[in-house]
Design a protein around this ligand. Sequence first.
Ligand SMILES: NC(=O)c1ccc[n+]([C@@H]2O[C@H](COP(=O)([O-])OP(=O)(O)OC[C@H]3O[C@@H](n4cnc5c(N)ncnc54)[C@H](OP(=O)(O)O)[C@@H]3O)[C@@H](O)[C@H]2O)c1
Length: 264
Amino acid sequence: MRIAIITGASSGIGESFLNVVTKEDYDRIWIVARRADRLEALAGKFGKDKVIPVVADLLDKDSIKTISDKLEAEKPTVELLINCAGMGKRGTVEGNTLKDLDNMVELNCNALTTVTKICLPYMIVQGRTFKTGPRILNISSSAAFLPQPGFSVYAASKAYVESFSRALQFEVRKYNIGVTTVCPGPVKTEFLKKATDNKAGEFTGIRALCAADPDKLAAASYKACKKGRGLYVYKVSQKALHVASKLIPTAWILWVEKVTMKQF
Ligand SMILES: NC(=O)c1ccc[n+]([C@@H]2O[C@H](COP(=O)([O-])OP(=O)(O)OC[C@H]3O[C@@H](n4cnc5c(N)ncnc54)[C@H](OP(=O)(O)O)[C@@H]3O)[C@@H](O)[C@H]2O)c1
């Protein structure tokens, strides 16, 4: 059985990935998140024989075991793993709760690493070429490119995702497994509402101008992943930011941030 696994599939970018992946040739698609009602509704929409809800809280190690137990029981070939589950909480380290800071690291870094580790043995299949080999698609962010005062732990967690995924790409190439790191800028999903405790629902200013549509992002990212791209920075505005982050000293950029964001 050839399967795809999408974490964070109950909303936003993960749900958009599900729309893309259901059009592809996988026997089953396991969709992972906490909100069972949403996962059930999506399974109903796309067919319960094809889309399988796996209700799991990735902040809880015992809950992650639901995925490893299911893999162990069914022994599928994982042809595609999309690590999309993630969260952010805006605010300073001083102002945020310890629980929120911990959860960002736990979900964005540790859970992504654990899910990748438990899926890898089910991705290694002999006799495949890189072109047709399994794929891992990890969602980072353009926040990974630079330190972000006021969103420091989130930005650092996404830098982890980028560094981890790009190194993993080289480690698993010998098994014909491709790893693609996707770095979008702002995307129109529930993310911002949750990140600001409902204080902001929509991006403003420059972020509103570059905010991406999750369906378009998912379709373009999946294509990049199938082509075997290592890093996929989505949208010209974020590509420009990426280049600038490599060329301009970080201290200068932080100084500009200090001047423009008067609270620091
Ligand atoms: N939106 C943006 O501006 C933006 C930009 C760059 C990168 N990203 C990244 O894109 C990814 C998807 O975010 P999104 O924008 O689509 O936001 P979203 O709509 O809030 O989606 C987050 C997903 O993660 C799942 N999730 C959260 N906590 C979880 C947990 N403890 N266990 C299991 N699943 C959990 C949520 O499902 P449940 O709540 O049902 O568990 C949901 O499906 C994240 O990694 C985010 O960092 C977002």
